[in-house]
Design a protein around this ligand. Structure first.
Ligand SMILES: [Zn+2]
Length: 435
């Protein structure tokens, strides 16, 4: 029986079995965890259930940075592929995979794309990078290959090459960052490419939310769909997670893969949150050989949903991320997360590009400075853009940051920097951002 179609109870028992195996692997092979178990008196024979996980200390990003090599569980000659975690805030950590881990990643993406409705014989255009020390592009490639579908590795950016490929090879699916779809539409409109009649039916999206907490499309998602009627599938993954949460076509949150990762949600007091509440996602990899993590704090804030999905899967689904814990902004007496600021900016039609810059001030709170550019040829541009943008912020999030107008080309060069994996919509210059 396929575990994802059983029941919440059976999935829990299944995971507990895998957890016990995982713990003895770590005790045996991981210098970091062997030391932790000894130092903190963790007797792994007593950890039998998912609830027992609370007796094990967390692993933090700083542990990964500080003791990076101690996480490696195999001899060096078994390590095949080396990448780094995305260090938006701090130094990235190195991650290494064995051949078996790469097979596991292929499996992860295979079942994720199946969940998204991809079938053997489909053709997928990859609009993310395969290199730059990034694991996702490679994982997609391996997964699609093992699913029996085809893949065209175009890489990120370059709308002209993306459209040339779409017209030439007629893929049905694209994999990309959702805001890049807006760039593709813009390019198509400027160059009279009949994009609505193209071969593309579906976009599998990474890196940015497409939905609100009630799973309706957010502003970014709506903007795409108003222009281009393609199916949008949202996914969430990271190197540390070693698994993907991928939506099924019903679009009600990313489905959990219980054979690959155990998930907990933790509150500010390090306790598991009551069902339905928001917490920081803490993960335990299952079946990773090279560098498995136990109770790793991702910093991502989310909710879990357990009500049955129309697709028949009984697995938990994760909400759109509410933000990153260390990106919480203390501003003018309120707390905010960057996605809510992005939402305001996405909804202003004449804004071409934007960047939110955070810094610390002497009062111990944060300063928020927003750089915006004005789209050339916009139909209606208010006389005082700065004031109009501030008013939008006041209306939507009750507070207004400093707003600066920057020439469109200049800001685009800064935000869509080729050296970065993602658009640099957020620049966090604050001191002492917790890791
Ligand atoms: Zn589903």
């Amino acid at each position: 029986m396929d575990i994802k179609y059983t029941s919440t109870e059976e999935i829990k028992l299944f995971q507990e079995n895998l957890l016990r195996r995982e713990l003895s692997y770590l005790q045996d092979k991981s210098p970091f965890y062997r030391r932790m178990f000894q130092r903190d008196g963790v007797d792994i024979r007593k950890i039998r259930t998912l609830e027992d996980l609370q007796y094990i200390p967390f692993t933090r990003k700083s542990d990964l940075q500080q003791f990076n090599e101690d996480f490696i569980c195999v001899p060096k000659e078994q390590l095949t592929d080396f990448v780094t975690t995305s260090g938006t805030m701090s130094d990235p950590a190195t991650f290494a995979f064995t051949n078996r881990d790469l097979d596991r990643l292929a499996y992860n993406e295979k079942v994720s794309f199946e969940c998204a409705g991809t079938k053997p014989g489909d053709l997928i255009q990859l609009m993310t990078t395969m290199d730059k020390r990034f694991v996702a592009g490679l994982a997609y490639y391996l997964g699609i290959r093992s699913l029996g579908a085809g893949i065209i590795r175009v890489g990120n950016g370059i709308p002209e090459l993306q459209w040339d490929t779409i017209i030439r090879m007629k893929p049905d699916t694209i994999i990309c960052v959702p805001s890049f779809i807006l760039k593709l539409i813009e390019y198509a409109e400027e160059n009279n490419i009949p994009y609505r009649n193209s071969s593309i039916r579906k976009a599998v999206c990474i890196g940015e939310n497409l939905r609100n907490q009630d799973f309706s499309l957010n502003i970014l998602g709506r903007h795409i769909r108003e222009k281009w009627d393609i199916q949008l599938i949202s996914t969430y993954a990271s190197t540390e997670l070693g698994a993907t949460f991928c939506e099924c076509p019903y679009g009600k949150g990313g489905h959990h893969l219980p054979e690959l990762v155990i998930c907990e949600l933790i509150d500010d007091n390090d306790r598991v949150v009551p069902a339905g509440e928001t917490g920081e996602l803490v993960i335990t990899n299952l079946g990773l050989e090279g560098m498995p993590l136990l109770r790793f704090r991702t910093g991502d804030l989310a909710r879990f949903h357990y009500e049955p999905c129309q697709c028949g899967r009984k697995t938990m689904r994760i909400s759109p991320l509410l933000g990153r814990k260390n990106q919480m902004i203390k501003f003018k007496g309120t707390t905010l997360y960057p996605p809510s600021l992005f939402d305001v900016l996405e909804d202003i039609p004449y804004i071409g590009c934007y960047q939110v810059v955070l810094s610390s001030n002497v009062l111990g709170t944060d300063d928020v400075h927003v750089k915006v550019s004005v789209k050339e040829g916009s139909a209606i541009i208010p006389e005082d853009v700065t004031k109009a943008v501030k008013d939008k912020f006041r209306a939507k999030v009750r507070v207004a940051p400093e707003v600066e107008i920057v020439p469109d080309g200049e800001l685009k060069d800064e935000v869509y920097n080729d050296k970065m994996r993602k658009a640099l919509k957020l620049l966090d210059k604050r001191n002492n951002v917790p890791g």
